[in-house]
Write a protein that binds this ligand. Structure first.
Ligand code: OOB
Length: 535
């Protein structure tokens, strides 16, 4: 079964095939070929496990057979919520081999988000772990399964039942369509709940191959998976998939803090990893007083949010490695500074797109007319690994994409004369909390569910560490005087990821009215954000 997505126009797809971008290879077939080439080399390390490419391949085969024996069917969507454990890889590759589609939830997601992913994708199963970081994921998954009719199975990696499934005898399975959807990623979202992003084997594998090359991965590289691996950045930019593609080992970091990461960098002689700016800042500080040997580290990727100049300049000297900036999005486009770029480019820009066939337009946000070269404008993009539409979101797609298929990234950028992008701001109603994306509307909806809340507007406030934090402005219902603490607890208790709970709550009598007396949410937010910046 193929899963509905908005396909590239046939003549465009033909061009991407002819250019060699799309090669007709699935992720399952890739792993088979890697297991042939790198059989006894280490593929993944984590906890007490250390698996070679051949072992990973064997495990993925068994899990594929086991998942199908559980009654799952090719084409079924499966919400996957796994932390950075080595099992992540055989489970995901097992799903790909079986033609199942992972929906990549983050460990931070809770019942509200998981329910949305499962019901929107009509998932047949949830795959998760037991208790991790003091949260009982299996219990949350069971609660979601009880509410979403399509869910037939909850599988808990690490349980006896899963060990049995993973011991199923492997069998030959038909290779899925490489141009079909391989999985669903999550959008950061700017309206309501996160949208689902359908990515194909062909398009994603192209971005993985090129990312591995651009980041200089070699068979003797050692990659540390620092951020949660379900996210597009640590998954594929170049991430665990880029490392595998290059024949390199990935070490799974259970936590991203400097103590954990530095210990693993020293022990495993890690050469490359990727972090978000606040984490880079924390590592820079910690490096000044560590006794760990970090000399193996060659490249630190920083992205997911803007890496300011100050921080950029400190990374190389503090960590003894090269900085590589990355600006990407789960919808597709990924830009990198190159390892041989001049210093100025690495410190001051977010790099060049992966592909010569990535089309970039910088436009006036109101008219969609191209701005003059070097001017600031809204970034639109189209290309061989950028989606043409979100999963089952016809109405939203009509505004999120131009008629001729460009994705409206919501980012404000400038282009240098040599083509690099510099991210200067954002037009979308999203808060970027140290790389974690929060749709203002999603949090507002939760707040408005409180009986004491008449209206809510969630805005970004600048934060020296995270870049941005969230502030919820709330107008109380008549006669009510809700306390900020209670509203935060209320949002948390609705079962949302902790990073979405407003950092600050300001109860106000009414919202400022703009000059023309308009009260559109958009203008309100702009006015409140300006106020918050002033404060
Ligand atoms: C990555 O992906 P998402 O989908 O979580 O977020 C995408 C958005 C971008 O549209 C932009 O607003 C922001 O995150 N962003 C950056 C940035 N990298 C991402 N803003 C400024 N500077 C940067 N370097 O975040 C993502 C996906 C793949 C690779 C890297 C990051």
């Amino acid at each position: 079964m193929t899963v509905d997505h908005v396909p590239w126009p046939p003549e465009v797809a033909a061009r991407y095939r002819a250019a060699g971008h799309w090669r007709g290879q699935t992720f399952g077939a890739l792993l088979t070929s890697l297991a042939g080439t790198y059989a006894d080399r280490t593929a993944v390390v984590g906890g007490d496990s250390r698996w070679t490419f051949a072992e990973l391949d064997e495990r993925a085969h068994r899990i594929a057979a086991g998942l199908l024996a559980e009654g799952l069917l090719p084409g079924d969507r499966v919400v996957l919520q796994l932390p950075n454990i080595p099992e992540f890889l055989p489970v995901v590759f097992g799903m790909w081999r079986a033609g199942l589609l992972p929906v990549f939830a983050l460990p931070a997601h809770r019942e509200s988000e998981l329910r949305h992913f499962a019901s929107h994708s009509e998932a047949a199963a949830l795959v998760t772990v037991g208790t991790h970081d003091r949260h009982d994921h299996a219990a949350t998954a069971r609660a979601v399964a009880a509410e979403v009719g399509s869910v037939r199975r909850v599988l808990e990696v690490g349980s006896d039942a899963f060990a049995e499934l993973a011991a199923t005898a492997p069998r030959e399975l038909p290779d899925p369509d490489p141009e079909g959807v391989a999985f669903l990623q999550l959008s950061g979202g700017s309206t309501g709940l996160p949208k689902l992003i359908p990515r194909t084997h062909d398009d994603y594998l192209y971005s993985v191959r090129e990312s591995a090359r651009i980041c200089g991965l070699r068979p003797d590289s050692v990659h540390l998976a620092t951020l949660p691996v379900s996210h597009n950045y640590p998954l594929s930019s170049p991430g665990v998939l880029g490392a595998l593609y290059a024949g390199a080992a990935t070490v799974m970091a259970p936590r991203p803090d400097a103590d954990t990461a530095f210990r693993l960098i020293e022990a495993e002689r890690v050469t490359i990893t990727g972090v978000v700016p606040p984490l880079a800042a924390a590592w820079v500080q910690a490096a000044a007083r560590t006794e760990r040997d970090l000399s193996s580290l060659e490249v630190l990727l920083v992205g997911g949010a803007k890496c300011g100049r100050e921080l950029a300049e400190r990374i190389g000297p503090a960590l003894g490695c090269r900085l590589q900036q990355v600006f990407g999005m789960a919808e597709g486009l990924v830009c990198y500074t190159r390892l041989d770029d001049p210093e100025e480019t690495v410190l001051g820009t977010q790099g060049l797109p992966i592909s010569p066939d990535d089309e970039i337009r910088v436009v006036d946000p109101d008219t969609d007319a191209d701005v003059a070269p070097g001017e600031e404008g809204a970034l639109l993009t189209r290309g061989p690994y950028t989606i043409r539409g979100y999963y089952r979101a016809e109405e939203h797609n009509a505004t999120a994409f131009t008629e001729d298929g460009f994705y409206r990234t919501g980012d404000l950028v400038r282009r240098t004369p040599t083509g690099q992008l510099e991210v200067v701001g954002r037009a979308k109603e999203q808060i970027n909390r140290g790389g974690e994306k929060i749709a203002a509307a999603e949090v507002e909806n939760h707040l408005m569910a409180h009986p004491d809340v008449l209206d809510a507007a969630v805005v970004a406030v600048p934060d020296p560490y995270l870049g941005e934090r969230t502030c919820a402005y709330v107008v109380p219902a008549a006669g009510a005087s809700p306390a900020g603490r209670d509203l935060r607890a209320f949002v948390r208790d609705r079962g949302v990821a902790a990073f979405k709970v407003p950092d600050l709550v300001q109860v106000v009598e009414d919202f400022p009215v703009t000059g023309v007396g308009k009260t559109s949410k958009r203008e309100l937010r702009a006015a409140l954000a300006a106020l918050a910046r002033k404060e």
